[in-house]
Each structure stands twice: as structure tokens, then as C-alpha cells.
Ligand binder design. Sequence first.
Ligand code: BES
Ligand code: MN
Ligand code: ZN
Length: 494
Amino acid sequence: MEFKPTQTPRLEWTGDALAIGFFEDVIELTGDLAQLDEKLAGTLKELINEVEFKGAVANSAITRVGSGSPIRKIIVVGLGKPDDLKLETLRRAAATCARLAKKEKCKTLGISFPICHTPDATAQVITEGIELALYQDRRFKSESDEKGAILEQIDLLGLSNTEAAITRARQISAGVILARELVAAPANSVTPITMAETAIALASECGFELEILEQEDCEKLGMGAFLGVAQASDLPPKFIHLIYKPAGIPRRKLAIVGKGLTFDSGGLNIKATGSGIEMMKIDMAGAAATFGAAKAIGHLKPDVEVHFISAVTENMISGKAMHPGDILTASNGKTIEVNNTDAEGRLTLADALVFADKLGLDAIVDLATLTGACVIALGDDIAGLWSTDDGVAAQFAIASELAGEKFWRMPLEEKYFEGLKAIHADMKNTGPRPGGSITAALFLKQFVKDTPWVHLDIAGPVWTEKDNNYNSAGATGFGVRTLVNWVLSDVVNS
Ligand code: BES
Ligand code: MN
Ligand code: ZN
């Protein structure tokens, strides 16, 4: 698929499908649109009237144009009220048009949308919406379903000189797709070993430095919390640390830490039927977003140093499994009574955060499919955000808005740490059910000293059961775009 920015007016564009964006309630066919309608023998007006198209967000329609016309199909798509126009609206509208064009077997698609913010930003989100909407993961199907024509060329009308923005969008989309593929692949396909292989491949693709700590290395560093989780698996744990260093002096130094449970059975507190145990291949979505962001950043090459970290393992059962009640010692010396082996993510993250904290960076973000409680609180579309630093939290608010990914800031309510008090150890790994995503965040906070830190609980949005705009059913690659925007952002660290 090729994206081509062009100054060709929509009146003169020729190809299979022309998509026009309309603002709500201003569906006037005046100026060039009147001329276009005339050229198409009144088809545009007919379509708008027939489907009572008003330009509301998410509304769209497509129809055939009479033969002999320079275009085969015309698509109208709603953009809502002009004052409410957001980049995300255009990302979604572009996805809608691409899906329609694909379904109608079009090879070429012309997109005529208004500019939002800047031509570059507009071209970027249109490209992202189309790339992400058309991606289909058929790696585990025995047959491909590509019948007939596939979209070959997208012309971005009125957006000339946006080639660099289009390239950026494609690099970011490739990162999102890597994250989707890692999350979608089952636990008999993505394992700690293959995650390490993926890191090796990324390092050679992007020129990253790479350090993979094996079990013995983790033992030497005293990573008792991570290794406690790993001890029942037949597969070796892998502590992965990829480093992107810019050519010059880095403006900032950051760490992205992802929860990397390639499967979470719950351990001896095994997940019961109905708990979604068969979905627990997604429990490495934090690590997947970390790798996806690494892939994008490795190509975008910002002047920021970034450490991509994941303590990867499975949470299994065997004769070697942690007993509920075991006391583990993390690499910062803190002791943890494991009152629930299913609260394993925070144990692996504890040692990963201690490791990241020791690097002396400007900020650390962790992403984790950490708690069902966060899904109960915020639903499937919104991730939870906790932070010790208002400045970095504000950077995330901007980064996520541009990305079209939703986060809601949650409280680090210190009083709730009382729920994690243990009699003989420094803390338990699980508190009472109420506020379960908050106590999980407070637990993680014990492993970060002074580095400004953001914790993202992404258990909800990393997966979708049905097609949703540019996300097809399955893994969404959630988090990658926000992470990339955050790393690229010019906001000075507070
Ligand atoms: N990986 C799960 C959280 C999860 C739940 C992710 C649903 C995605 C969808 C996590 O390890 C877990 O099991 N959390 C427990 C914590 C509890 C034992 C305190 C939970 O949320 O039930
Ligand atoms: Mn668990
Ligand atoms: Zn888990």
C-alpha cells in the first residue's frame, strides 16, 4: 500500500473511490462540491438525501457512480461539529473510508478531509487510521482471505509536502502492529524465549544495545520477587533490557517498563473457569507495547535516551511453584508475603522497577495488564494512570490525547497501603478487593525511590471482542502511540 500526498483538487481526482469528509449540519454542495456533483450526474446529492446523511461522527455512506465517470465510488463520512474536530475523529473517519473501499474492492482511494491542527498532523492520523484499520492478523489461519483487489494506493488530497509525516505514521503503525501480533499470539507461540528473540531482532533492526539477564544473573541481582513468579515454569525467565541511544547528547533519559507474563495461570491460586484464564496470553501486553514503542522509536530516532525493560516469564503451577504465603525478597531488599500467587505482575514489576530506578533516569513509566479491578473501575476502553509526579502525568495527558488513547488519572491514596500490611514481612502482595487497582499501584510505588514515575494499568483496552474503528477484533496494540508521543514530546520534564 502506498500513501501519496497530492495537491490534485477533488474535482479533478480520478480513481476507484473518492472519500469526502463533511461537518455536521453543513452538508452544502456549493463551490467545487456543486461542480463535482454535476460531474457525477447528481450522484453525490442523491446519496446524501437517500441515506439522510447529516455529517454526524461515525456516519458514512458509499455508492456507485454511473459508468463513464472518472471515479467508480463516492464515499461520504461525517466529522461532527467543526468546533469539536479532533485528530482522533480524522483517524477514525479515515479508517471507516478504508474499510468501505476495501469491502468494495477498490484499488485506489482518494481522501479529502479538512485540515486539523496542521497538514502534517492531519496526514499522520489519516495514515495511521488506514494502516491500523486494514491490518489483518491471519498468521494462525490456514488460508488467507484476500479475494480480488486490495487497496494499493491512497491519495491524500490537499496535503502535499507531508511525506515525512506519512513516514512517521507508518513507523508508529508498524510499532502498534508488532504489539498487536505479540499480544494476539498464544502462549504456545510467544514465550519468554521468543520474547528474547524478538528483542534480539529489534536490536539488530534498530541498532539498540541489548542486555538479556538469564536466571543466574537475576539471582545475582537478588531479584527474588521476579524469580518467585518464574520458578514453576519449565521455560527460563528472561529479563530484557533494550537501550536506544541518540547520536548526540540526549535531551532526556527515560525508561519504559512492561509487564511480560506470557501466560498467567494464577499459580496455585489458580484462575477458576469463568475467570478468563484462556485469555491470559494477553498478560504480556505491557511488554508488547514496550517492544512496539521500541520499534517505532528505533526508526524515528528522537534525541532522547530510552531504556525498554521487561521481566518476562510465565506464572505456572508445578511442584516447584510458590506456595501461597511464601515470603520473597525483592532486589531492593524489601520482603513480600505472597498471599495470592495470582497477583504476580506486581512481583515481576517490583524487580524491573528497582532495576530501572538504579539507572538514574529522568522518568519511568510502567505498563501492565495488572488488575481486573481496573477494568471494573474504568471499563474496556480506558486505562488507569497513577503518578508520583504531576509534570510527567501532564505530559501523558497530552501524549494520550494526540494518540487517541484514553487514560484516567487515579489516586495513589497512601492510606490504602494499610491493606498491604503483613505481620512478618514488609508487605503482602494483595490487599482487600475494594480499591484493588489502587493498592496494586501503591505496591509498585515501594520499588521506585526518587525517579518521577507513571504507572499505567492497561488490562482493559489491550483487547477488543469486536471491530472498533481502526481496531479490528483482537489485540489493539494499546499504549504504543501514547508512549511514542511521550518520548517525542517537547515538554520539559518538571
Ligand atoms: N493478569 C491479571 C489481571 C488481568 C485481569 C489482566 C483481566 C487482564 C484481564 C493479574 O495478574 C491478576 O490476576 N490480578 C488479580 C489480582 C488479585 C489476585 C489481587 C485480579 O485482578 O483478580
Ligand atoms: Mn494474575
Ligand atoms: Zn497477570
